[in-house]
Design a protein around this ligand. Sequence first.
Ligand code: ARG
Length: 459
Amino acid sequence: MSKLWGGRFSKDSDHLMEDFHSSIKFDQKLYREDIRGSIAHADMLGTVGVLSRAEADTLIEGLKAVQADIEEGKVAFTTEDEDIHMNIERLLTAKVGDVGKKLHTGRSRNDQVAVDLRMYVRSAVAETRQLLVDLVEVLHDLGAAHVETIMPGYTHLQRAQPVTFAHHLLAYIQMFRRDVVRLDDWQKNNNIMPLGSGALAGTTYPLDRNQTAQALDFDAPCANSMDGVSDRDFVLDYLYAASVSMMHLSRLSEEVILWASQEFAFIDLDDAYSTGSSIMPQKKNPDVAELIRGKAGRVSGHLMAMLMTMKGLPLAYNKDMQEDKEGLFDAIETWQKCLMMAAPMLKTLKVKKENMRAASEGGFTNATDLADYLVGKGVAFRDAHRIVGELVAHALDQGQALGDLSLADLQKASPQIEEDIYEAISVDTCVKRRHTKGAPGFPQVEEALDECKSWLTQQ
Ligand code: ARG
């Protein structure tokens, strides 16, 4: 089969070479965008008179027919035709005859692939955004059921101060909402149309770039033809958003794994989202969470790979840029699947409230509150810190919690301590007294959940 670009060549490509540089194996994913871009281009060529209206309409009908053939599985793409752009052009010409050869007037594969990929990422942004919103909704609903479920909050993975399960989940809600903002920023910064950039230096035809931009739902044509064909920031922006969000998913997964362990025993994962062991009959493993944690590395790997691909490229298009696709496609699919799995895993888990509460009572999470109590009785905080430290050491010796110590023992450490201490350092009081905005106090958490609910209704 002769190459569409074969005029200046006197011999065929080497077979291995053909396989090496051809991208059809992976860029066939772009067929819808490629056809949509070509329809807009052909229509515009008809409007400005570069093609007759009849020619433009024939191309448009032909392109629609090619799309139908692809979707009905009637088409076998070929590596000889290298990529999706030339495959579709060949299929079009086979369908509509010689007029098909006019489609590429005033266009290069360089601006063509740039517009295709941008539209592809733009759709991925919209889909991923919805999946993030769905996940926030699941976290919200789970949180709403656990406003008063007290659990230990940790620093250094050591029990620190009591919080609530709802408050803990609200922290993740903030992260995933920032991920949504990152996608909205993608849309603000990258919805720019490259067609008309040509190979790199624009074209000599009187193209109406505003018409194509509008037809393809872009905000504007790109301002510089060389940037138009060589900018892949829109890929990087998506990969960065994906990497950060996968990092969030991975942190949440890590906690789910810990919580599901017998050592924590804070939650029970649903059987539908767990697996067993081929040898150990007792096992129930948190595979979904482990896989999400594992896949986070691969997505940031794609971000790094793309940065490395771009960093040494002179303007304008270089074939290195064909390497933009596989990592991107994998990142889109991985991120979306992880979001789709995280949501039902969280929705179906069972919370073991009593264990969460017992853990928060057992680990001196009220020690800061005891120090604060002493401060309230006029003791300087640094002195209070030392007194409580000594009490903790004493309680550890006795195998007791602070609240189990007798009043006499407590008063030995500090005569300012009175009978009201037990109420003051119960974990319920510890949480209730944390009533600044954004803290785990029950009304504050209710308020945060309400705010989240109203955000959800605006999405
Ligand atoms: N398959 C190519 C890519 O994905 C399309 C652009 C090719 N342009 C070129 N001058 N060879 O980057």
